[in-house]
Design a protein. Structure first.
Length: 313
C-alpha cells in the first residue's frame, strides 16, 4: 500500500522542463504561479538584480496569463495589438494571445541564482553571442505550461517559456517554444474548436518608446502556429536576443522585421532598390531593378522580383 502512495505522489509532482529546450520549471523547484483567472496576472514581482530593457533599467516585473512579461504594469489585453504600442508599455511577448488558465494550464515563474542554472544560461548566451564574454549572475524563468485558449472546446494546449538573464550590465532574453497548437482565442475572432483564425498571437518586444520594437516572423498571422520550427540561433523552437541594447543574432533587423543572413529583398513597390542581409548584421542596399522577364511583387513587408507563372524562358 505504501508503494502505491509513493507512486501517486510522484505522479502528481512531475519534473517539468525535462525537454532539453526548456529550462527546468514547476512548483517542486520553487516556482510560484499566477492566479487562475481569465486575463489575469501576477502581482508586481520585485527582482533582486535590476534588468535593463532597451536602455531602461527595471527592478520589478509582471507575469501575465496572456503570454506577456511586462515591466511597469500588468497587461490584461487579450488580442495582440501591432507594435509599436501608443500607450508606452514596455514588455516582452513570447506568445501574446488569449490564454484562459481557468480551462487548462498553469503559468509559473521564479527568479534564481542557482549555480547550475546560471552556468547553463551562460553557456547558451556565449554560444549565441560569441563576441561577448558573458557570465550570468541572475535568471528569471516564466513558463506557460499546457495553457488553453479562451472559449476552447478542444484539447489544444500551448507550452512556451521566457528566460531573462543578466550579468548586472548586459541583458538577454531567450524564448522557448515546446508545443504550440493554437493561435487565437474566441474573443479575438478565433474558432472555438480549432483555436485558429481571427487575430493570431504575437511574439516579440515593445520598448515603450514607440521607436524600438521587434516582431518574430509570423506574428499576428497564421504562420505563428509554426514558431516551434523557427529560430535565429539554429535551434528550432528557440529565439535569443540581447535586449539592453537590442541585437538579434543570426540575421538582420529591418524596420522590426527579422531576416536571415543572405536574404535579398527590394524596399519599394517599383523594385528599384535591392538589399541584402550581410554576415555583419547590417544591410547593403543598392540601385538594382528586376530583370526584363521579372515582375515586382509584394511579399509580406517587402518586395521581390519574380518570374510570372506560365512564362516560357
Amino acid at each position: 500500500m505504501k508503494s502505491h502512495i509513493i507512486f501517486l505522489l510522484l505522479a502528481l509532482s512531475p519534473v517539468y522542463g525535462s525537454d532539453p529546450l526548456l529550462y527546468p520549471y514547476g512548483p517542486e523547484l520553487g516556482d510560484k504561479s499566477t492566479p487562475v483567472k481569465d486575463d489575469g496576472a501576477s502581482d508586481e514581482i520585485p527582482i533582486s538584480t535590476p534588468f535593463t530593457f532597451f536602455d531602461k533599467t527595471y527592478k520589478s516585473a509582471f507575469v501575465n496569463n496572456n503570454g506577456v512579461v511586462s515591466f511597469e504594469d500588468s497587461v490584461s489585453t487579450y488580442t495582440p495589438d501591432p507594435f509599436p504600442l501608443a500607450d508606452g508599455r514596455a514588455f516582452v511577448t513570447p506568445y501574446w494571445g488569449d490564454v484562459n488558465n481557468e480551462i487548462a494550464g498553469k503559468v509559473y515563474y521564479r527568479e534564481s541564482k542557482d549555480p547550475q542554472l546560471l552556468q547553463r544560461v551562460t553557456q547558451d548566451i556565449n554560444q549565441y553571442f560569441p563576441n561577448i564574454q558573458f557570465t550570468a549572475t541572475w535568471i528569471f524563468i516564466a513558463t506557460w505550461h499546457k495553457v488553453a485558449y479562451f472559449g476552447s472546446t478542444s484539447n489544444k494546449l500551448n507550452t512556451f517559456q521566457t528566460v531573462l538573464t543578466t550579468d548586472g550590465r548586459r541583458a538577454f532574453i531567450i524564448l522557448n517554444y515546446d508545443n504550440i497548437q493554437w493561435t487565437t482565442g474566441k474573443a479575438s475572432g478565433g474558432n472555438a474548436e480549432t483555436g485558429l483564425g481571427g487575430i493570431p498571437a504575437q511574439a516579440g518586444f515593445n520598448s515603450g518608446d514607440q521607436t524600438h520594437y521587434f516582431n518574430i516572423p509570423g506574428s499576428r498571422t497564421p504562420e505563428i502556429l509554426n514558431i516551434k520550427s523557427t529560430s535565429n540561433v539554429n535551434r528550432p523552437g528557440r529565439w535569443a536576443f540581447q535586449v539592453d541594447k537590442f541585437k538579434a543574432p543570426g540575421g538582420c533587423t529591418y524596420k522590426v522585421n527579422f531576416v536571415t543572413f543572405g536574404t535579398v529583398f527590394w524596399k519599394d513597390a517599383a523594385c528599384t532598390e535591392k538589399c541584402r542581409c550581410m554576415e555583419s548584421g547590417d544591410f547593403v542596399c543598392e540601385e538594382n531593378h528586376c530583370a526584363a522577364a521579372e515582375n515586382c511583387q509584394p511579399s509580406s513587408w517587402h518586395f521581390i522580383c519574380q518570374i510570372p507563372e506560365n512564362t516560357c524562358l
